[in-house]
Design a protein around this ligand. Structure first.
Ligand code: FAD
Length: 312
């Protein structure tokens, strides 16, 4: 057990975590930040150009943006640790957060910003071509796919929304879905069916990603009913089969919704446990953007500050 009782521990180091760290550090609360061991810096460490984070008119590459956020939090005294949290006890007035060495760190408040993981197809070349034709976010990357033939995988609301959004840029959009009917709401389906640029391949799955000159060049589709395969030329693949929020650590302590996202008392970032706050993609299944994650990280820091002020 570490001796000190901190004011704030932040779990996570994406835009939400670093922003919460920056604000609490500037409020002189000396936050301890667990950045995670594998994905310190969060989801944007795996991307190239970010063109929609305000303040960078020429765009900025994801890792540079995150390095800047990290340095800014550190400048004001945030203590940053590249380690995972493996256990938490959040129920009492003093919370404990345990790292991989087994040391329990104590704090009056905890800000949870552990993000969410987009689901993958788990195909060969998928990781390699991420950012080179394979994407998991139409809002983020659609702009790069002007006049291209694009494929969207999925049958839910997100897939329909992404397909419809992508028609602004693409020459054609083909929606691939494993079943014969969509899961999306009727309104979303109607919009997609009415769009001349969108076509559908039902009862189909992708079995292979084709590559040419280090970029996506096409896909092999298999009809799940007949077993027949065919090739489809495409230079963009948007995977929209859902996200898994990283909340396993908190199960049984913090209230989660049906999809496993952390529940907060919106518009605040308060969870069901006093002194514990949630921000970023671990809470948000609607917007999922760096700027919205940063904004809610700021809100969580301000909520934590107010909570601490009320304790004294
Ligand atoms: P994340 O960035 O996911 O960070 C979560 C953090 O929690 C990580 O640092 C991880 O290490 C840490 N963590 C998790 N569990 C633990 C634990 N047990 N212990 C310690 N740490 C832990 N958004 C845009 O606005 N513009 C874009 O152009 C854009 N492009 C994208 C491209 C890709 C390929 C992806 C995947 C996403 C993109 N996004 C983009 C979305 C954006 O990255 C996310 O919305 C944003 O990163 C969410 O921030 P977050 O802080 O909530 O979570």
């Amino acid at each position: 057990m570490s001796g000190e009782i901190r004011d704030v521990i932040v779990i996570g180091s994406g835009p939400a975590g670093y922003t919460a760290a920056l604000y609490t550090a500037r409020a002189d609360l000396k936050p301890l930040v667990f950045e995670g061991s594998v994905t310190a810096g969060g989801a944007l460490m795996n991307t190239t150009e970010v063109e929609n984070f305000p303040g960078f008119p020429e765009g900025i590459v994801g890792p540079d943006l995150m390095d800047g956020m990290r340095a800014q939090a550190a400048r004001f005294g945030a203590e940053l640790v590249t380690d995972d949290v493996v256990a938490v006890n959040l129920t009492g007035r003093i919370k404990t957060v345990t790292d991989t060495s087994g040391t329990a760190h104590r704090a009056r408040t905890v800000i949870v910003t552990t993000g969410s993981q987009h689901r993958k197809l788990n195909l060969d070349r998928e990781d390699e071509l991420s950012g080179r034709g394979v994407s998991y976010c139409a809002t983020c990357d659609g702009f790069f796919f002007r006049e291209r033939d694009i494929v969207v995988v999925g049958g839910g609301d997100t897939a329909m929304e992404e397909a419809t959004f992508l028609t602004r840029f693409a020459r054609s959009v083909t929606v691939i879905h494993r079943r014969s009917t969509l899961r999306a709401s009727q309104a979303m389906q109607n919009r997609a069916f009415a769009d001349e640029k969108i076509s559908f391949a039902f009862d189909s799955e992708i079995t292979e990603i084709k590559q040419e000159s280090n970029a996506l060049s096409g896909l092999v589709l298999r009809n799940v009913l007949s077993g027949e395969t065919r090739e489809l030329a495409a230079t963009g693949l948007f995977v929209a089969i859902g996200h898994d929020p990283r909340t396993e650590l908190f199960t049984g302590q913090l209230d989660l919704d049906d999809e496993g996202y952390l529940k907060v008392q919106a518009p605040s970032t308060r969870t069901n446990i006093p002194g514990v706050f949630g921000a970023g993609d671990v809470v948000d299944h609607t917007y999922r953007q760096a700027i919205t994650a940063a904004g809610s990280g700021c809100a969580a820091a301000l909520d934590a500050e107010r909570y601490l002020a009320a304790l004294t």
